[in-house]
Write a protein that binds this ligand. Structure first.
Ligand SMILES: NC(=O)c1ccc[n+]([C@@H]2O[C@H](COP(=O)([O-])OP(=O)(O)OC[C@H]3O[C@@H](n4cnc5c(N)ncnc54)[C@H](OP(=O)(O)O)[C@@H]3O)[C@@H](O)[C@H]2O)c1
Length: 251
């Protein structure tokens, strides 16, 4: 009987030890990954891409902002973004007006906005947006703008504040992680900034709306990439006549 009790005690101690090790490992994991409330922020890209791989057409620069006919950039940009501007959720966010599709693509767009706790973008994307976004900018989170320009934060109605970051992409990501409180971080663009985060190896998901238009030139997404290249696998494909919605996750 004494021997039986002793064995039981040993088993109990082993089990207790195993539980303690487990709890410590989980705690260490939470601390390591900066997790709040048990959820780890994902870093994702969500963009529209021309069939020949451009994020923006040639000629779409601030100098030509008021001349959309220059190199036909306005029509090309419209063709790239047409599918998005036709979604009910985005129409409401951008104040375009009622109507629009309410199907599975609209659900994707809504999910993208709702999952995002912070945005990161480049100064050229910001410059265009500063001219084009409505007063209530369509982010509703902190937005970290990578730039060499020094500028005070720009607070917009509706919860969007733009912070201008001069300390590089790692620092912007650190600030975005703190601000996102476990929600996801969207690398909004443009190409220059997405390439920097791909090169840092921190992009968990790539969401691409591949639009059947050819630009022939412009801001190419996949260039200036360094070894070791990020590796992805296909997670989801949603085909529509206006765009193929591709979702890749880190392999
Ligand atoms: N198709 C889409 O879904 C999509 C999405 C987003 C954007 N876009 C388009 O993409 C175009 C812009 O892309 P882009 O590649 O030309 O430019 P970008 O990535 O938006 O911005 C690049 C600029 O950001 C600043 N910057 C970037 N990294 C920096 C760093 N580490 N430190 C300091 N400053 C840094 C620099 O500007 P300064 O030196 O002047 O500060 C740089 O010239 C726009 O036409 C935009 O509309 C398209």
């Amino acid at each position: 009987m004494g021997e039986y009790r002793c064995r039981l005690g040993v088993h109990f101690l082993a089990l207790a030890g195993w539980v303690v090790v487990g709890v410590l490992s989980v705690g260490r994991w939470l601390v390591l990954y900066g997790c709040k409330g048990g959820i780890v922020s994902k870093v994702f890209v969500n963009i529209s891409l021309s069939l020949d791989g451009y994020l923006a057409p040639e000629g779409m620069t601030m100098e030509n902002w008021d001349r959309p006919e220059y190199m036909d950039w306005g029509a090309k940009w419209g063709a790239l973004m047409g599918w998005a501007l036709n979604q009910a959720y985005l129409r409401e966010k951008l104040g375009i007006g009622p109507g629009g599709e309410t199907g599975p693509v609209n659900d994707l767009v809504r999910h993208t906005f709702q999952r995002t706790g912070a945005h990161i973008m480049g100064k050229r994307m910001f410059d265009g947006g500063e001219r084009g976004w409505p007063e209530e900018a369509p982010f509703h989170t902190p937005v970290y703008v990578l730039t060499h320009q020094q500028r005070e934060p720009w607070v917009r109605p509706g919860g969007t504040t733009f912070y201008f970051i001069n300390e590089g992409p790692k620092r912007a990501l650190e600030l975005a992680r703190q601000a996102a409180s476990g929600r996801d971080i969207r690398i909004s663009g443009g190409a220059d900034v997405i390439q920097q985060y791909l090169n840092l190896g921190v992009v968990d998901e790539l969401e691409i709306a591949l639009v059947p238009v050819l630009f022939g030139g412009g801001r190419r997404l996949f260039e200036h990439l360094r070894e070791p290249l990020a590796r992805f696998r296909i997670d989801q494909v949603l085909g529509t006549p206006a765009a193929t919605h591709l979702r890749y996750v880190r392999a």
